[in-house]
Structure formats: C-alpha cells, structure tokens
Ligand binder design. Structure first.
Ligand code: URA
Length: 206
C-alpha cells in the first residue's frame, strides 16, 4: 500500500523505519541510532527540539534526558499530559564532540539541519498539528525557513508559508545552564510561553 494511502500511525512507522537508514549527512556515523519523533499520529500540537542528546541517542527516544525531564516538569505544572503531544527534533541524529569519554552536545550545522528537514516536514505532513512549538533557534530556523531571534520572538505566534502557526520559545537546555533563582524565574517564563500554545490548541477544539 502506498505510504500516503495508509493510516497516519502506519505512515509514521514506515518513515521512522526509513529514517533509521538515513545517510544524508555525516551525523549518523557517530550516533547510535536515528531518534524519531513520538506521540499520537494526530496530535494537536507538535513540539520540536534541536537534536537528540546523549541519553536520547542511547534510548532512541526524544527528550528523555535532563532537558526532557525539565520539559516533563513544565508539562506537569500545566496539567498537560505529554502523551497528548507529538515530540520530535529538527535533526534526528546526535551531534557531539568527545571530551575524554564524555559526549558533549555540539550544535548541528545549517547543512545538517537542512538535510534532515524533509523528515520533519514529513512528520508535520502526516500529523497535521494545529500548531507547533519551536524549542530554540535550530527548531525555529528549520520550521520557519529563516533565522529567528528567539528572545525577541518568544511567546509569539509566527506563521509559516503553509499557514501553520509556530510559537517560538527557549530550548530547555538554555534553562538548565542557569542556576538558582535565575533558573526558577526563567522556568516560570518558559511555562508561560508553553501555556500560550496550550491555550491555542485547547480553544481551537473547545
Ligand atoms: N534536546 C533536544 O533538542 N532534543 C532532545 O530530544 C533532547 C535534548
């Protein structure tokens, strides 16, 4: 059966399987596996991060490491079950530099994000979310096709050429770099950004 004729979960599964063999940029060489998105195939909202981190690379699932734990904490505060969201990344392989035995995150190059873009666009095309949240600059650039200053645009809805609304906010790793009261304040502001997205999809279906 052609991919487009099968139900959305099967389409996602087929693409995930295909993406496991992706060699379209060199990042697969150092990574354990492709980390595909997860969540309902017809989720109302899609969250897009940058790329899997060390823990995600090993687990094969997005946002299960420290950044993911912070995301889970924010969603809990919002009373928003993660199971309702489709969570994915702009880049599907972990990019890192070795420091001793530690694999330290390295920001993906523009050409790597571009090579991966068709996977993200396929996810969007299948899930057809009502809105998307871009977590950080890499996700925002992939989703919107141009560099977007995150701090100047956070909490705002931007629109893609296809009409899909994209809310830009910080990546949770940016919050993890802060300490004490600064982190707490930043966390509250981040929750406020996420609430804007929560309200939009809630109102659209109320
Ligand atoms: N950071 C991301 O951008 N994505 C993940 O899946 C984990 C950490």
């Amino acid at each position: 059966m052609p991919v487009a004729a099968s139900p959305a979960p099967a389409q996602l599964e087929l693409l995930a399987e295909e993406a496991m063999h992706c060699r379209e940029c060199p990042l697969w060489q150092g990574a354990t596996q492709t980390v595909w998105g997860e969540g309902p195939a017809r989720a109302r909202l899609m969250l897009v991060g940058e790329q899997p981190g060390d823990k995600e690379d090993l687990a094969g699932r997005p946002f299960v490491g420290p950044a993911g734990q912070l995301l889970d904490k924010a969603l809990q505060r919002l009373g928003w079950p993660r199971e309702q969201l489709y969570v994915t990344n702009a880049v599907k392989h972990f990019k890192y530099v070795l420091r001793g035995k530690r694999r330290m995150h390295k920001t993906p190059a523009q050409r790597e994000a571009e090579a991966c873009l068709h996977w993200l666009e396929s996810e969007i095309g299948i899930v057809r979310p009502q809105a998307v949240v871009a977590l950080g600059a890499t996700a925002a650039r992939s989703l919107l096709g141009q560099a977007v200053p995150v701090l100047a645009n956070r909490g705002l809805w931007l629109q893609r050429a296809d009409g899909l609304p994209v809310l830009v906010t910080l990546h949770p790793s940016a919050l993890l770099r802060l300490r004490g009261e600064d982190r707490e304040q930043a966390f509250l502001r981040w929750i406020a950004d996420l609430r804007v997205a929560q309200e939009r999809v809630r109102l659209a279906t109320a």
